[in-house]
Design a protein around this ligand. Structure first.
Ligand code: AHR
Length: 331
């Protein structure tokens, strides 16, 4: 199945899912009214990640712009302190003690959530995972997860890479932080396609979603491999931009000597793709606040929802595709 048809399938399934959800929500009198409206606002505790990069900024702003008082909600935004899980667990506990109507959770760490989620369950407060999953993935501990499909997104990167390097080559992976669910999912999707092919891994290292750190890591990789690296899988845009800087500092041409593929699809990455410095960008769509609102209304109406609601995303594989998308890019 080609990259595009796989994505078309995923997007169609996701859109169908959302449509069903929307119909169910409307049929059950869900929609904004279920948010309480008027003085009786639905309280939403959002245990968030906080400052982390362009993707996170877009995602959390979209959630906050959607769950407004006009829509019938009081959103209580609780970003982590320096990405620290303990600060998230403390905020989560406070929301349970406060008796909010629903909790949205974007987990900085995949593991360590069982006690918190069980407490919310005992308090009969539904928990909806935003973007990040939990590990182990006990779907009894939360109502649903809303996110693009990390495995499918990273498979699309791998399938593009195999098309680009039919005779193989050396690649390196710039990972997000250890212990984050999406990092494991992206590794799973990517290696499930490239393992056993003539694309050969020189290794993987975290650069913590950071441009500066990715530049430093990849400078070392280039030096230690005498620049014999043909491809970089950067698990987010910022790290891909750092790899570009390392390639240029080594006197090489990004997009020619070293092809770099990234995940997210933020404006900065599409600009680099339009310039030919990135070669492939797989969108991980952050703008799903409306879907989250529909899900919250459906859950509070007592409707059944899918355990994983896939947010459709697209891919960009040329400067032309990037230039076409940029004028209307929302993040
Ligand atoms: O969980 C999504 C990831 O977190 C994005 O790909 C990355 O940019 C963000 O920091």
């Amino acid at each position: 199945m080609s990259v595009h048809s796989r994505f078309a399938k995923t997007a169609a399934l996701a859109m169908a899912g959302m449509l069903t959800l929307g119909l169910a929500s409307c049929a059950s009198g869900g929609g904004d009214d279920a948010g309480g409206g008027g003085d009786d606002l639905t309280t939403v505790g959002f245990v968030a990640v906080g400052p982390e990069g362009a993707w996170r900024q877009a995602n959390e702003a979209n959630i906050q712009d959607t769950f407004t008082t006009d829509a019938g909600f009081e959103l209580k935004y609780a970003p982590a302190t320096n990405l620290d899980q303990k600060s998230q667990i403390d905020a989560f506990t406070s929301f349970v003690d406060e008796g909010v109507d629903v909790i949205l959770l974007s987990a900085t760490e995949g593991s360590g959530w069982e006690d918190s989620l069980e407490r919310a369950q005992e308090a009969e407060i539904p928990v909806i995972l935003i973007d990040r999953g939990i590990e182990p993935d006990d779907t009894d501990l939360y109502v649903t997860r809303i996110a693009p499909d990390n495995i499918s997104v990273s498979e699309s990167v791998a399938e593009w890479a195999l098309e680009q390097f039919p005779d193989g080559g050396n690649y390196f992976t710039l990972e997000g932080p250890a212990g984050v669910s999406v990092v494991n999912e992206r590794n799973e999707g990517f290696t499930s396609v490239v393992d056993g092919t003539s694309l050969s891994s020189l290794g993987a290292q975290t650069a913590n979603w950071s441009t500066e750190e990715a530049k430093s890591v990849f400078e070392t990789v280039l030096k230690s491999n005498n620049n014999d690296v043909q491809f970089v899988f950067a698990q987010n845009d910022e790290m891909g931009l750092g790899a570009i800087q390392a390639v240029e500092e080594a006197g090489l041409v990004p997009g020619v000597d070293v092809k770099i593929a990234t995940i997210d699809g933020t404006q900065g990455a599409l600009e680099a793709l339009a310039e030919g410095k990135l070669s492939f960008v797989a969108e991980y769509n952050p703008l799903f606040g409306e879907t989250a609102l529909e899900v919250v209304n459906s859950v509070l109406d007592g409707d059944e929802v899918e355990s994983y609601i896939v947010v459709p995303s697209e891919t960009f594989d040329s400067p032309e595709a990037a230039s076409t998308a940029l004028p209307t890019r929302e993040f």
